[in-house]
Design a binder for this molecule. Structure first.
Ligand code: NDP
Ligand code: 8X3
Length: 258
């Protein structure tokens, strides 16, 4: 049963990977989309394709989630119909570097904290009041990670940001307990997206190595899960959902064929 046809979803980080695949999946289900990312040309192309292919409406917001003024300006610029957001996929995020805590460069630390925690907060903080203003049941899907459950060596800052996503999701869910807003923290394991290329600063070989010897998940797998959560009956809330490939148990236990 399709319960979300005609609804509005806001997706941050929609120009690549999980966010882009989610835009495609939700469009296929007849959901109108507000897409956010920094790369305008990719969003424009996506909007054109999705509107043509699925007959839905797409609104692009090109901004950096780290800039609170821009978050406010862009979301507040939406007209009243677009402000009636039913589904938030708070997904924009990144890891930079895989190195010892004491070797991290502070620019990279700032980028991770500012995007994955502060940007994540700015988006949710701006959109929750819009959801509260409607009388509809809404769903917030926060993209955490298995790295938000167990911290691994050389991933201290990224793991900390995903621990933060888990903590904020838990508080948010409790604070909204008497409201019509569900909060789900989806925690993927290895997903083959641009994630590792960004983490290794464009080094494709290092990035490809992460997915060698194991069949990883693909962005579409997470998009299907996001669509499943968004499409649940109104009374059902999934609080947390970890999702890994067959041969991954958690953030630190991965079986790879030699
Ligand atoms: P990608 O690198 O493929 O996509 C990341 C998206 O985030 C892009 O659309 C990028 O758009 C956007 N983004 C990054 N920084 C900003 C910013 N400052 N402002 C606005 N948008 C931004 O990676 P994934 O799809 O894999 O990552 C999506 C989420 O999933 C992240 O939160 C990540 O931590 C999480 N995750 C990923 C896993 C994996 O193995 N891939 C596993 C577990 C969680 P643009 O550059 O155009 O701004
Ligand atoms: C991203 C996946 O491998 O860094 O959350 O835990 S990993």
């Amino acid at each position: 049963e399709n319960r979300i046809k005609g609804k509005i979803a806001f997706i941050s980080g929609a120009s690549s990977g999980i966010g882009k695949a989610t835009a495609e999946k939700l469009a296929q289900m007849g959901v109108n989309l507000i897409l956010c990312a920094r790369r305008e040309n990719i969003l424009n192309e996506l909007k054109e394709n999705l509107e043509k292919q699925y007959g839905i409406k797409v609104k692009n917001l090109v901004f950096d989630v780290r800039n609170y003024d821009d978050v406010l300006k862009n979301i507040n610029s939406l007209d009243d119909e677009w402000k009636k957001i039913d589904i938030l996929v708070n997904n924009a995020g990144l890891a930079i570097g895989l190195e010892k805590f004491y070797e991290y460069n502070m620019d990279d630390v700032d980028k991770m904290v500012d995007t994955n925690i502060k940007g994540f907060v700015y988006i949710a903080n701006t959109i929750i009041p819009l959801m509260l203003a409607t009388d509809k049941v809404c769903t917030i899907i926060n993209i955490g990670s298995v790295a938000g459950e167990i911290a691994y060596p050389n991933g201290s800052i990224y793991c900390a940001t995903k621990f933060a996503v888990r903590a904020i999701s838990d508080s948010m869910r409790s604070e909204l307990i008497d409201k019509k807003i569900k909060v789900t923290n989806i925690k993927p394991g290895l997903v083959d997206t641009e994630f590792s290329t960004v983490r290794f600063r464009g080094d494709k070989e290092k990035a490809d190595n992460v997915y060698k010897g194991i069949e990883p998940l693909y962005a579409e797998d997470i998009a299907d899960t996001i669509a499943y959560v968004a499409n649940l009956p109104e009374k059902i809330q999934i609080t947390d959902l970890s999702i890994t490939p067959l041969h991954q148990a958690n953030a630190i236990h991965i079986y790879k064929e030699k």
